[in-house]
Write a protein that binds this ligand. Structure first.
Ligand SMILES: *Cc1c(COP(=O)(O)O)cnc(C)c1O
Length: 405
């Protein structure tokens, strides 16, 4: 079946609007993806027909809402090839998921234990661990990267020891697009008995990870980067780890029995799901996963690679343009600067032409420090972008360059 991008674009109502009088060219997919009509419909349908609180009522609406929410959990379990559905914890997103794990490790880590992060991380996968280190006296070590934006695995190996308790690395860098060799990172960590958390917020719109095969101890992602709504995501954790971690928040839903003397906690997954969750969001996350699978991750991967190669080739024709993140294994993210021009100025001019790109540090200041730059312009492509949109970007950047030099 041929990949029909024009047909796919009809699924996304927002792609037909204009911005500043020009057709919208949305190239900020690494920040959040756009939503297809089926996802929007699923939210409207839930609030129009089934809205009730879940897991509590015996009444029919509550049952319907509970069934739909739990069906979404099941769908996520199948999509990621997770062994048990109770290993899927609904959260408000990747950031929430990481904080949940970091908080749990407060009661496990001791002074002098070591944890390892990579140089390529989003602030979400740095700051919660620094807070954990402050609380416990554990030491944070960093896997360095090369000029190409690729992690140095030999350096990683030399950081690992019996003291290493935890390694946390992203699957794909949101700032540069580098795909990290997480299979190797996980295997090596396990040889010293360390647990591994993979931040999949940037990867799950591009690839479909098999979590049992990967053997990560934790994997987190957000729905909104994979065509789903904001405010919902998951924490996957191996059952034995989730059982070991204490609850994160107390409240309704997460308890078995409450008295003023003692409270006992609910079984997984509810132990980590205090309070009324984003029910519509969870259900719509399921709809987004169905939608992505209806297109197919193989087709998405092939098409996005074409876009990446074409955009890289065309952008590099612009005088003074430098791309950051030039590893062989990379996804459809291009971070660049033009000599002598501030990224913010380029972003502002191309926006006037209807083109949405990101400018700044992309929540990854250590990467910008490494390159000694204030930030980059980042164009990130999804399967609903086109070569014509790449052409529009290139023309707009050329125009910006002429105006600014
Ligand atoms: C977007 C992103 C996050 C944060 O996700 P939220 O949805 O904002 O919680 C973390 N890590 C990476 C790599 C990301 O791309």
């Amino acid at each position: 079946m041929a990949f029909d991008v024009q047909k796919i674009r009809t699924d996304f109502p927002i792609l037909h609007r204009t911005v500043n009088g020009y057709p919208l060219v949305y190239l900020d997919n690494a920040a959040t993806s756009q939503k297809p009509q089926v996802v929007i419909d699923s939210i409207v349908d839930y609030y129009s027909k089934h809205n009730a609180n879940i897991h509590r009522g015996v009444h029919s609406l509550s049952q319907e809402a509970t069934d739909a929410y739990e069906a979404a959990r099941k769908k996520i379990q199948e999509h990621f090839n997770i062994k048990h559905s109770h290993e899927v914890i609904f959260t408000s997103g990747a950031t929430h998921s990481i904080n949940l794990v970091a908080n749990g490790f407060s009661s496990i880590l001791k002074q002098g234990d070591e944890v390892i992060v990579s140089a390529l991380e989003h602030h979400s996968n740095i700051v919660p661990w620094q807070m954990l280190c402050e609380r416990t006296g554990a030491i944070l070590k960093v896997i360095p990267m090369s000029e190409e934006g690729v992690l140095l695995l030999s350096e990683y190996e030399s950081l690992l020891s019996k003291k290493t308790k935890l390694v946390f690395v992203n699957h794909i860098s949101n700032a540069l697009g580098t795909i990290n060799p997480i299979e190797t990172i996980i295997k090596k960590a396990h040889t010293v008995g360390a647990a591994v958390l993979i931040d999949g917020a940037q990867s799950c719109s591009h690839i479909k990870p098999d979590l049992q095969q990967l053997d990560a101890d934790f994997y987190v992602t957000s729905a909104h980067k994979m065509c789903g709504p904001t405010g919902v995501g998951i924490l996957y954790g191996k059952e034995q780890w989730l059982n070991k971690l204490p609850p994160y928040q107390g409240g309704g839903e997460m308890i078995k029995e409450v008295t003023f003397e003692k409270t006992t906690y609910a079984a997984l997954p509810h132990k980590f799901e205090a309070g009324t969750p984003n029910i519509a969001g969870g259900i719509a996350f399921g709809a987004a996963i169905d939608y992505l699978n209806s297109i197919g991750f193989e087709a998405i991967g092939v098409y996005e690679k074409e876009l990446l190669d074409y955009a890289t080739q065309e952008l590099l024709k612009i005088e003074g343009l430098k791309i950051y993140g030039t590893g062989v294994e990379k996804t459809s993210v291009i971070s660049f600067n033009i000599e002598g021009i501030h990224p913010y100025d380029i972003g502002t001019i191309v926006d006037k032409l209807g083109i949405a790109v990101r400018t700044g540090h992309h929540c990854a200041q250590p990467i910008m420090d490494f390159y000694e730059i204030p930030g980059t312009v980042r164009a990130s492509f999804a399967f609903y972008n086109t070569k014509e949109e790449v052409d529009s970007l290139v023309a707009a950047v050329k125009k910006a360059r002429l105006m600014l030099t």
